[in-house]
Design a protein. Sequence first.
Length: 495
Amino acid sequence: MSEPKRVGRRTFLNYAIAVVATGVIVGAATYFAVPKGEVTVTAPGTTVTTTVTTTVTGTPTTPPTTSPTTSPTTTSIKPVTLAYLSESGPEPELVAETFKWYNQAFPGVPITFKPDICDRTVSRQKYMGVITEKRNDYQLYWCWVQWTRWFVAHDALEPLENILPSNLLNKFKSALPKWIIKFIEIDGKTYNLPIYYNSLCLFYRKDLFEDPKEKENFKAKYGYELRPPRTWKEWVDVAKFFTRPDKELWGTTVDGKAWAFFYNEFIYGNVGKVDYVDVKNKTTTINSPYFVQLFETLAELAKVSPPGWEEGDWFTFGDPMFAQGKLAMWHNWWYPWPTFQDPGKSKVAGKVGVAPTPTIDESTIPNPAASGGGVAVFKFATEEQKMAAREYLTWLLSDPIQEKMALTGALFLPSRVDILQKPTVSSLLQAQPFLELGEKLGWPLQNLDTLEYEAFWVDASTEAFMKVVKGEMKAKEALDWYAEYIVKTLREHAP
């Protein structure tokens, strides 16, 4: 896998225009209820830009018990503003919530935090302007682990070795899953502080799959044992079997909205280790037999999806349908697990199983992408702002604050292994099935070369898919069209 290439100002601006309908990225705008008294999040799909300013002056005071018992690293910091850019969603918004915690813990430290939380499209436009013009509009940035190398390649992030004490940074990194390190550490320097990670899976109703009568009827109809589907064919069979509209039960649902389809069932669910685009040579394998069969499979699943699926996404359709007990299976990112397990929010609490993403055949290892996000520092910040970032980040990485963040339920999964293993956190999140799943699949991340251009391809993916669903094109014909579109955008925008 080659390093992502730098692009010029023209490509930046063209790309910013192209992202109008990309919506939210995987894991970023995950929406689920969090415990009362903790963090309030913005519903995904909305465009919200907020600026909250809190100015404090004086000297640090004794923090509450939820904060570290030591003061920040420096008491002589000058009054300074730290602006934070992020897209909406509970994980990046939780970071913004910690600004309040910090001010409450250290009311005498003269740091003004200004979080700018907005839709992903708007966030992209803003950071592209910052990078292109090298402006100091923001100092802190919510950065996806899989995007870190792209930002470094465009000379946008400050090495965290220049910000944090080496012992603190090394301790933090030593507690991270090993697979994350290669995406945040480039040429011996660290550029991101991940606070959570996740991947994709198949949620299923154990009460249905383990019911003796259902198992008997399924075997009589299909000739094999009922189980969480491992192959695309089994996925279709099981979905058809459990689709009973008269009982308000459907086997599964497919995302109809472009961003949800692209980042779930279509690309991110299946290309964790597949280089489906060669940016350098401007070619694609998106119309290969593998993807043709995937398109055919998803079209079959669409036929048995609930009414309204065409406008559905993870948050507004699939998640609530599964939580209400109206889906036998639901393929999605891990984030809704705490909601599905909460009797106050889910009718299937205690009845949910977790299985790998189905794949083309049993000899093929499931191939979903992994994701994660954390805090990075723009290199355009002033020295005073970098000193303030050191103050805040030193506090943020402390054990009490990392545990407090995990206990909000907004991070699934918390990035630090030692925090996840704490009894308070492990009992709340019950994450073992997901850890085992991730280790089994090897935590694949998608080809970094393609990330820069995916925004061009999102809407066209569902345009091609709907042509198949409506019978206007065969899967191969639709993907040939889509492949031509991808190549066209690469020729126009890739170096």
